[in-house]
Design a protein around this ligand. Structure first.
Ligand code: GLV
Ligand code: GLV
Length: 326
């Protein structure tokens, strides 16, 4: 019999088309509550869940789950308790690779926008305040020559490094271990490894590129923000809870750092009180991968992962392949 796909939120059409051709597609009329999601996953009526990063598939939800696989429409999969999924024999897939360039572009956008006060300047013009060129109107910070510190050095961080080098930035990264020279590809000799505390202290732009885990939760906190240069900017295109957002608001307000460019928040879609009133921020609504072509490609990959799992084949991008004995 044809597999049934529970698609919590419709994917862009190329993905829906593939799923419909491969089985039965169930799309709830609205976002399921946690209880409804738990029930839907354990009813026996669905083989595969096609999930969004906004669907919380935690230990409680997965404890009774009967689905065989979860295909997450995102590269990040912190919304899924992987250990709990693995214990239940549920394979989990994500969509890496296809959104790397788009997300690195948004990282650069946030660097440039915060440094050059793009949001403030745009508001200045739109509100009719622009009365002509002035020698000291809305002066910002230099990007060329500035030190970029990358926290994490996966695909998106490396793509950001390539772009930043093109802008004449110096690039330091931190990761669990320095990447061997021969594994750095085009970045060999052009980026330098440093420990986290050094990167925090010395960067002009501190950009986060680690997954959200128990270890990285509030990695940027009051102490981190105090250790940063008062002229430095924090950039986050990874996951909101890596930053203590209330501490960030305080630091921005008190001038402990110069500004922040954020695409992700601790409690999306809410943002910490006071954040949206601060002029020295650029705040995007989680748009890292949001280009038409990237979202279509993600949809195809997400559907392909779901279909492979439904057929019992190993999908291209399994997070916990050991579940199926790989
Ligand atoms: C988006 O945040 C993703 O993880 O793909
Ligand atoms: C995610 O795609 C990463 O490795 O940065």
């Amino acid at each position: 019999t044809d597999p049934t796909f529970l698609v919590t939120t419709p994917l862009p059409e190329p993905g829906m088309h593939m799923l419909r051709a491969a089985g039965k597609v169930v799309v709830p009329e609205r976002q399921l509550t946690a209880d409804e999601l738990t029930t839907a996953c354990s009813s026996g009526g669905h083989d595969i869940v096609v999930a969004q990063l906004t669907d919380v598939l935690d230990k409680a939800t997965l404890a009774t789950a009967t689905v065989r696989g979860i295909s997450n429409f995102a590269v990040g999969y912190d919304n899924v308790d992987i250990t709990a999924a693995t214990d239940r024999g549920i394979l989990v897939c994500n969509t890496p690779g296809v959104l790397t360039a788009a997300t690195a572009d948004v990282t650069m956008l946030l660097i440039l926008s915060t440094a050059r006060r793009c949001v403030e300047a745009d508001g200045y013009l739109r509100s009719g305040q622009f009365r002509g060129w002035q020698p000291e109107l809305l002066l910002g910070s230099d990007v060329t020559g500035a030190a970029l510190g990358l926290v994490g050095f996966g695909r998106i961080a490396r793509a950001t490094a390539e772009r930043a080098l093109g802008f004449g930035m110096t690039v330091h990264y931190t990761a669990r271990h320095p990447v061997p020279h021969d594994d750095l590809g085009p970045l060999a000799g052009r980026v330098r490894f440093a420990e986290l505390d050094e990167i925090v202290r010395t960067s002009d732009f501190l950009s986060l590129h680690v997954p959200l885990t128990a270890d990285t939760h509030h990695l940027v906190n009051t102490d981190t923000l105090r250790a940063m240069k008062p002229t430095a900017y924090l950039i986050n295109t990874a996951r909101g809870p890596i930053v203590d957002e209330r501490a960030l608001v305080t630091a921005l307000r008190d001038g402990e750092i110069a500004g922040a460019g954020l695409d992700v928040y601790e409690q999306e879609p809410e943002v910490a009180e006071g954040l949206a009133e601060l002029p020295n921020t650029t705040l995007l609504p989680h748009l890292g991968s949001a280009t038409r072509s990237v979202r279509a490609t993600m949809a195809r990959l997400c559907a392909a992962n779901a279909i492979a799992m439904a057929r019992g084949d190993m999908p291209e991008h399994a997070v916990n392949p050991e579940v199926w004995g790989a």
